[in-house]
Structures are given as C-alpha cells and as structure tokens.
Ligand binder design. Structure first.
Ligand code: MN
Length: 350
C-alpha cells in the first residue's frame, strides 16, 4: 500500500482523496434529510383518500419532487449549498400508518432503494433504516438486515405508532435489536398522538413549530420515565430540533422530579432524568439555526452531543447552511457539530 500523502500547505485536501484520514477541511454532514419512494407515496395517498392534510404525511406538501430524488439532482443541490454528506431517512410518517404486512414490505423496499442510492454515491450519502414498530419482532429482523446486509447506520421512528410510544413493553424486541446492533434510534417528529391531539392541534399554524416538539419531546421523556435506559443502558437516541425543547427544561425537570415522585409514593429512577438525557441522547439542529438556543444546547449538553441537520427538503437547505455558518462558534465547536459528532454517532467513515 502506498504511504498516505499529507496535503501540503494550502492544498485542497480533496487532492489527496476524500477518504484520507489526514483531511483538514471540516466536512458538513447533515443528519436528518428526507426522501420517499413512489410506492410509499401511493399507499399514503390511498390511506388519505385523496384528501391531503397535516395528518396525511408528505403528500400534503410541495416537497415531493425533491423527496423522490436520491440521485444527481440532490447531489447537485448539496454541492451548491455546501453539504458534503446527507444521512437520508424515509420521510415522516414512514411506514407507521400502514397495516403490519404492508408496512414491512414497504420498509424492505425503502431500505433497498436507500441502500442502492448510497452504493451509487458512497461518499455523499448514508442512511437510516425504516422498520414497522407495529410489528416489533419483524421490525427487529428487518433492522438487522438493513444494518448488517445493507450497511444502514441506524433506525428512524416517527414518534408514536398507532398512538403508542416506545416506552410500551411491546416494543422491547425492537429496542433490544437497536441496542444489540450498536446503532442509534432517531425519533423524528410527526403529528401528535391521540392523547395530545386535541390540545396541541387547537392552534392552526403552530403544528410544526410547537405540536411536533411537544409530541416528540414527550415521547423521549416517557422513555426516560419508564426506565427504558435502565433496561437498555447502551441505547442511543437522536432527537432533532436541538432536543425538542428538553435541554432547556432539564434542570427544572430534575428539580421537580424527586418531590413529585415522593408525593405519589412511587419508586424513583436510580438516576436523575437529566443523567439519562446526557448519556443516552444526542441532538440535531434540523431547523434550529439560531444562536441563542445553540449556545444554550452547547452549554447544557456539550458540542459532542450536537449535530448539524438541514431537514432537506422541508427546510431551504441553502438558507439553513448560511444561518448555521453565521452562528458564532469556536473552530472546535464548529468541527464537532458539523462533522465529528455525526461520525461517532452514525459510524461514518467516508
Ligand atoms: Mn425532519
């Protein structure tokens, strides 16, 4: 093997190869990037009965052409916008609204398509598997196939499945598989489940900006509260939107938890809620390109628990990158959030 050549002063490190471990330029890895396949669109459309709404998934949006492109058009846009690697995942609500058999076969199809796109562009794309939580044992098997055979880097679940959350013991086989495979579970927002729907959906215009965060943040806290991370101490969760509001509330949650547990006479968790959040969670920016919450997230969690995400195509990727680069960060924080945290969490080697 030839010796690894060091980039000389001022030389673009691409000249010595993208995979070169001596690279000096920070790569921008974007970790919550949507795609869809026509078969899933057809099934969502069938379920919605031709009446798109906030509840019917991406068919309601103008995002379809970009969601369907996991090839040259997407890469041209990444080049123009300054994104080196996108970590792709099937757009919300994934396969979670379908009957178990349909969901499983569409999950296989989506994972195979994704794997094909990654194989065609291995230095630009990585991806997360989709698997139907409504069939936990089958989902665990599909995840194993997607990780070990297809090389996918984790699992994405779009919050509740049929109004049930991952703290329900029925989902244990899936969480067991995630932990055993050593890959992260990305809990992505979707519209609120039945228990939260009436309150959160009473305000038109606040669904994505608030209801999604409450739904998804509540999901994460349910898992902490139920002791999921005592049962699965190595389980790693990723949340978008700088943690769906949780980092901002962590100290207050810790502060009121022992009092409230004491009053109700229950047995407390052996650790503070914040300790599980700091140990078992990493957050992505995905549309939170604002200096103040970013600084708070760094102070509360550390840059090694934060990753960049554009949320393409739901957000304007070019604007998101510009906003992110305008946030004042130290060089070390920038490198960590742009690249290093994502490399560690998703085991990205290219
Ligand atoms: Mn998203």
């Amino acid at each position: 093997m030839p010796p690894v050549r060091q980039p000389s002063c001022g030389e673009d490190d691409d000249a010595v190869g993208r995979n070169d471990v001596t690279q000096t330029r920070t790569r921008l890895i974007s970790v919550e990037e949507g795609f869809i396949i026509p078969e899933v669109v057809d099934e969502l459309r069938r379920l919605a009965g031709g009446v798109p709404s906030m509840k019917s998934g991406p068919i309601a949006g103008p995002f379809m052409p970009k969601l369907l492109d996991i090839g040259a058009g997407r890469i041209a846009e990444m080049d123009a916008d300054g994104v080196d690697i996108q970590i792709l995942s099937l757009s919300a609500p994934g396969v979670q609204k379908f009957d178990p058999d349909t969901a499983l076969s569409l999950a296989r199809l989506a994972n195979d398509s994704l794997s094909g796109a990654i194989k065609a562009h291995p230095d630009r794309f990585a991806g997360l598997a989709v698997a139907p939580p409504q069939a936990p044992a089958e989902a665990a098997k599909e995840l194993e196939r997607a990780v070990t055979k297809l090389g996918l880097k984790g699992l994405i679940v779009n919050s509740h499945t049929g109004d049930e959350y991952l703290d329900d013991p029925k989902f244990c086989p899936l969480l067991e598989a995630v932990e055993a495979l050593g890959v992260p579970l990305y809990i992505h927002p979707r519209e609120p489940g039945a228990g939260l729907w009436d309150g959160l959906m009473a305000m038109t215009g606040f669904t994505v900006g608030w209801a999604y965060a409450v739904e998804t943040g509540t999901h994460a806290l349910r898992m902490i509260a139920a002791g999921v991370f005592e049962r699965f101490p190595k389980l790693q969760i990723v949340l978008g939107h700088l943690g769906e509001g949780i980092p901002f509330m962590l100290q207050r949650i810790d502060n009121r938890y022992p009092f409230e547990i004491g009053v109700t006479g229950r047995t407390p968790l052996p650790r503070k809620p914040s300790e599980y959040f700091r140990t078992n969670f990493t957050v992505a920016t995905s549309g939170m390109n604002f200096a103040a919450p970013m600084r708070a997230a760094i102070d509360i969690l550390g840059a090694d628990r934060i990753m960049f995400a554009a949320d393409h195509p739901m957000e304007d990727q070019k604007a998101v990158v510009e906003e992110y680069l305008a946030i004042p960060l130290t060089d070390a924080e920038r490198r960590q959030i742009s690249e290093l945290t994502a490399r560690r969490v998703f085991k990205i080697a290219v």
